[in-house]
Design a protein around this ligand. Structure first.
Ligand SMILES: NC(=O)c1ccc[n+]([C@@H]2O[C@H](COP(=O)([O-])OP(=O)(O)OC[C@H]3O[C@@H](n4cnc5c(N)ncnc54)[C@H](OP(=O)(O)O)[C@@H]3O)[C@@H](O)[C@H]2O)c1
Length: 252
């Protein structure tokens, strides 16, 4: 119950799905938390769920101004950070010919640029044994016809994790990634599809999975807890796949 006792944690995209499940688990393990999101309803629901002692902030992950404001708020509340979990992300699935420049910029801005600069701006606050965790995706290794920009943004993160690991381990800061496969998160459930299409897509993906089902946000949160905790003290620059085995059959 105390694997994060006394640690301060910031989770971007902590108001839904994987981020919210991680926030709940981290809190139960003794962490003091700050979480971000955008949607007002989900921000309020997260505040209620995570309690008044959790800092819940509206912050646009791809905005430099919001990142600066976020860091000032976290500095003000905690003074330092032990765990930084870069989890905010979005996909806009579409075939390549339908991807607009605005969507391209938003995906790369939120998923990649936002993660990089949040780490950069957090560096002065990170403690000597800090853990940085980045959420990537199995699309960063296997092709996926409707996720070309999204997969590329997550591949950029995978590369970034390796380089930042080398840059930061001398200060004691570990950087690692979690690579989820299909997870039945709020984001997935909110895909704008008619119910019958949604069920067909879900059934098709589950049918291809060796484990025969989607993962849950809680199953990913348990891996995030491992990477956040001192149990992962010798794990550096790694990307842990949490996908029920589906990338084994997706990879060429
Ligand atoms: N679910 C999957 O199958 C799957 C698979 C592989 C990787 N992932 C990755 O896992 C991470 C979490 O996804 P999830 O499935 O848990 O989705 P989710 O339930 O939709 O949660 C996403 C979180 O990120 C926040 N967010 C999204 N865009 C943001 C932005 N521009 N600025 C600030 N916050 C933003 C959301 O807040 P709002 O709702 O308020 O916007 C929410 O808190 C993402 O990086 C995603 O790419 C998911």
């Amino acid at each position: 119950m105390d694997r994060l006792k006394g640690k301060t944690v910031l989770i971007t995209g902590g108001t839904s799905g994987i981020g919210l499940a991680s926030a709940q688990l981290f809190r139960a393990e003794g962490a003091r938390l700050a979480v971000t999101g955008r949607d007002e309803g989900r921000l309020n629901a997260a505040q209620e769920l995570l309690g008044d002692d959790t800092l819940v902030l509206r912050s646009e992950a791809g905005s430099m101004a919001d990142i600066e404001t976020l860091m000032a708020a976290v500095q003000d509340r905690f003074g330092c950070l032990d765990v930084l979990f870069l989890n905010a992300g979005l996909a806009h699935p579409a075939p390549p010919e339908l991807v607009s420049e605005a969507q391209f910029d938003e995906i790369m801005g939120v998923n990649f640029k936002g993660a990089f600069f949040t780490i950069q701006k957090a560096l002065p606050m990170l403690s000597g044994k800090a853990s940085i965790i980045v959420t990537t995706s199995i699309t960063n290794r296997s092709g996926s016809a409707n996720f070309s920009v999204y997969g590329a943004s997550k591949a950029a993160l995978r590369s970034m994790v390796q380089s930042l690991s080398l840059a930061l381990i001398g200060r004691g800061i570990r950087v690692n990634a979690i690579n989820p496969g299909p997870i039945d998160s709020g984001g997935f459930q909110r895909l704008p599809l008619p119910p019958e299409v949604f069920q067909a897509v879900k059934g098709e993906i589950a049918g291809r999975s060796p484990i025969g089902r989607f993962g849950t946000p809680e199953e990913v949160a348990k891996v995030a807890l491992f990477l956040a905790s001192d149990d992962a003290s010798y794990v550096v620059g790694e990307e842990i796949v949490v996908d029920g085995g589906i990338s084994l059959v997706c990879l060429p």
